[in-house]
Design a protein around this ligand. Sequence first.
Ligand code: 5AD
Ligand code: SF4
Length: 469
Amino acid sequence: MQIPNYEAARKRSKEQVAIKKFKLDKKYQNLGVQKTYYLKTYGCQMNEHDSENIKGMLKAMDFQETFDMEQADIILLNTCSIRENAHNKAFGMLGRIKHLKALKPNVIVGLCGCMAQEVGVIEEIKKKYRFLNFVFGTHNIDDLPKLLYQSLQNKNLNIEVFSKEGDIVEDIPVNRESKYKAYVNIIYGCDKFCTYCIVPYTRGKQRSRRKEDILKEVKDLVRDGYQEVTLLGQNVNAYGKDLYNDYELADLLLDISKTNIPRIRFLTSHPWDFTDKLIEVIKNHDNILNFVHLPIQSGSNRILKLMGRRYTRELYKELYDKLRMIPNISITTDIIVGFPGETEEDFQDTLDIVNYCKFDSAFTFIYSKRENTPAIRLKDDITITEKEKRLYRLNDLINKYSLETNLKMVGKVYNVLVEGFSNKEGMLFGYTETNKLVNFQGNEAKIGSIQPVKILEAKSFSLDGVAIE
Ligand code: 5AD
Ligand code: SF4
């Protein structure tokens, strides 16, 4: 049994991170013959991609996926810690599984992801959810085959969560959701320690993957016909800082651009690490898409300071203006309302910067207290009703600008990577280079390729159109 520990999670060791190669031990290879698994994923793209690796390992062991939890031999929850509602959803699910397990005692249940890294969650599991078979964290997903094997032998709760950052494990099998667009991790962890955020504790120290490993992965994707890669990290533009003296995200993008993959995106950028070189590279390469997700979090300098964001609204605007010089760029953001002590005046500063930036779209959140983060100690005397009101007011403004930017697209033609059939009957769907969802009339033979589409109608969250040709 190995349980998480926040002191170890906070430490940022100077030690070089080791690189391991995944290899499936022979004794695990047939573990899944005639067995099914059900996997539920919560949270961000990082977690979605971890789940693609989990599915890859399960497939390599011969497990079959089922979407019916009640039929499954193995149930896995890949959890998220970022806000309380993600937490509550996972615990709600554990409640359901507890009933199921009473009826089907042989089902094996595992929990992984960010919640597994939380000290309080593990305590709660030990008290109330002892029916779980195994728990593993974000640093050792490659232990899944071993843990499954052990759980099939011995049904007692086994917790294996490490708080010190893990090694980088290459060559974990992957079972991707899409045949056309792929996530590629480039950097793990986060060293920014924003005061509200649990990620630096659940995902550990910033660790860049080696450029040659990333390039090999992208080249393989090109060979397999992929049209788009999204480079992933909590802070993608810190790429390379921990590994190279003179090689940053801009250089990596240049190298990936040379593979001729038609579309390259990268998520998420921190304003602190955004270099002029990166702006130039985005501007000058067609396959590096003109799309930047640049969380601002707040428009108030006082709140930004309390959040530990290390920039001011003025610096953010300066960077924003430079980015807007890139023709047809789309800029999106994240905003938190109701941070402890946020006054109406602070909130007005946020509305003011939204009016200035006119973001293409934004994810907006009410501040959620997270275990062990510094912000939890700040006095938070704003009522939840007031926080909700601020969220609605902010969303109204965000939606107004989303609609405005979308309306400007009506009558013009944009390239859309066609992903499949839309929820709207008889239509296909896909995303523009600037990540706008388009539902359109077109030929299904174009699924998986890039298709010019004329925009006929705009809404706040999507566009309608028709294929051209
Ligand atoms: N409460 C609310 N929102 C949060 N985020 C991160 N931590 C919290 C929290 N404690 C938001 C930030 C971040 C996004 C991924 O989630 O806006 O950019
Ligand atoms: Fe959290 Fe800040 Fe790191 Fe983003 S940059 S993951 S908000 S600590």
